[in-house]
Write a protein that binds this ligand. Structure first.
Ligand SMILES: [Zn+2]
Length: 97
């Protein structure tokens, strides 16, 4: 027989709220850990970008290709003539801002 007394229902509700709160806390901890990992990756990416900054071709921003408008007004993609498509050059001091 199902007990439908008020006290029992309130106790069931209290247990469900506790269970829900526990799940919320666990989810928040997992999200915080993921955020910490994302922050670490962002930091590592920033370090790599800074380390490579002096070697990234300023003409093509490291892509190795440049877009130019041809005589007919159409955009075309060409290999960067400064880095020959590698995206990497030894930059001169005047290139570095
Ligand atoms: Zn280039």
């Amino acid at each position: 027989m199902i007990d439908t007394s008020s006290a029992t229902l309130l106790k069931m509700k209290e247990l469900l709220l506790l269970k829900r709160h526990k799940i919320e806390l666990e989810a928040q901890e997992k999200i915080a850990e993921i955020d910490r990992q994302i922050e670490y990756i962002n930091g590592a990416a920033e370090i790599i970008r800074n380390a490579l900054a002096d070697y990234i071709c300023p003409n093509c921003a490291g892509s190795g290709i440049v877009k130019r408008c041809d005589a007919a007004g159409q955009m075309e993609t060409e290999t960067c003539d400064r880095c020959h498509g590698t995206g990497i050059v030894q930059r001169n001091k005047e290139d570095i801002s």
